[in-house]
Design a protein around this ligand. Structure first.
Ligand code: ADE
Ligand code: ZN
Length: 361
């Protein structure tokens, strides 16, 4: 199928544009059919009705402690998901299917966030866990599908000793496909966490791992400052609440620290009521390198081409801006140099073919 006649700012146009995704969780990308199949296979009960499994508000009351935030309820659902997968073969299959879906959206490189804490059978064997996923990603890449780098994530509620142990293990065993470390989870529940993870992130940095941190989602600008100054984050996942502090916006722009924005996720979790209230465009206009991503695509019912098209429509992004977004997605990624350069070249060829090359900005 050709996308030429539809124009670039359209679903097929955006899909056909070579791009990277830098903020997506494997746990939030597992398709409903795969979850139902795995639950039936292992005999694990569903937490809610099959047809509305991704809507945690329809789950059993026992899965909804009072005072839970939508994010903490969602994170508990990810624990349930992770409990379904116990063999390396299952993990490799999940990884392969993830890479294939990324390819179907025109994504040629992905930094995927994976948090071993969500996977009950694996949380004490994080290197074997990531290695099994890495095998599936390697098979996918060998078949010409999306290349995937793994960012191993530390849950916000972990202790500093647990965080250091995870990083030390990963540096010792170097599972295939590992490119970096991350922090995710709910800062409203855990409170300020960056001081607790500074040593683990220092180890990761010295060991050559890249660093991305969720901040400015369940925390305000102070969480982003902490991620920059204490964790030496090279990229901020979400980062949208940085917009509340002009000095911080200037700092992100001046240092070229990209943000991995996920508009639908922010709206689903109640940060903004509507897309036209979302700061993604304001941040970009203030010079911050912005990428647009899915976060948890299966659970949120979205895809990267949907996120880009919604933003283009809400903020009047033209062909040139969309090509610029694709260019920044590769530049913000932790892809190996060769993969990034190849992606940028493929993007330039596609943009030229669409007549959007010279107008890129
Ligand atoms: N893990 C999966 N999705 C997340 C989100 N939106 N925020 C923090 N941790 C997450
Ligand atoms: Zn996220």
């Amino acid at each position: 199928m050709t996308a030429v006649s539809a124009g670039l700012v359209s679903m097929p146009g955006i899909r056909s544009l070579p791009k990277a995704e830098v903020h997506v969780h494997l746990e939030g990308a597992i398709e409903l059919a795969d979850l139902l199949e795995a639950a039936a296979h292992t005999g694990v009960a569903l937490p809610g009705p099959a047809a509305t499994l991704f809507d945690t508000s329809t789950h059993e009351p026992s899965a909804r402690p009072s005072g839970a935030t939508p994010l903490s309820a969602f994170l508990r659902f990810l624990d349930w998901e992770g409990s379904l997968f116990s063999t390396p073969q299952q993990l490799a299959r999940l990884a392969y299917r993830f890479a294939a879906r990324q390819s179907a959206s025109g994504i040629s490189y992905t930094d995927v966030i994976v948090n071993p804490a969500h996977w009950a059978s694996w949380r004490r064997r994080p290197a074997a866990f990531l290695d099994a996923l890495g095998a599936g990603f390697a098979d996918a890449a060998a078949d010409g599908l999306c290349a995937v780098g793994i960012c191993a994530s530390i849950l916000r509620t972990a202790s500093s000793a647990e965080a250091e142990e995870l990083v030390t293990t990963l540096l010792g065993e170097r599972p295939q496909g590992l490119v970096g470390v991350s922090v995710d989870g709910d800062e409203r529940v855990s409170g300020r966490t960056a001081p607790r993870f500074a040593d683990a992130f220092g180890l990761a940095r010295r060991g050559g791992l890249r660093r991305t941190v969720h901040a400015g989602e369940s925390s305000g600008p102070e969480g982003v400052w902490d991620a920059l100054t204490l964790l030496h984050a090279e990229r901020i996942d979400h980062g949208v609440r940085a917009v509340e502090d002009p000095r911080l916006v200037d700092r992100l722009a001046a240092d070229g620290v990209p943000v991995g924005v996920c508009p639908t996720s922010n709206i689903a979790l109640g940060l903004y009521a509507r897309l036209d209230e979302h700061p993604v465009d304001a941040l970009a206009r203030d010079g911050v390198t912005v990428t647009v991503n899915t976060d948890d695509p299966a659970a949120l019912g979205t895809r990267i081409e949907t996120e880009w098209l919604l933003c283009a429509q809400a903020f009047g992004w033209d062909d040139g801006r969309v090509v610029g977004l694709a260019r920044d997605s590769f530049r913000a990624s932790f892809a190996p140099d060769g993969v990034r350069e190849e992606g940028l070249e493929a993007l330039a060829r596609r943009a030229d073919a669409m007549g959007a090359g010279e107008r890129e900005r």
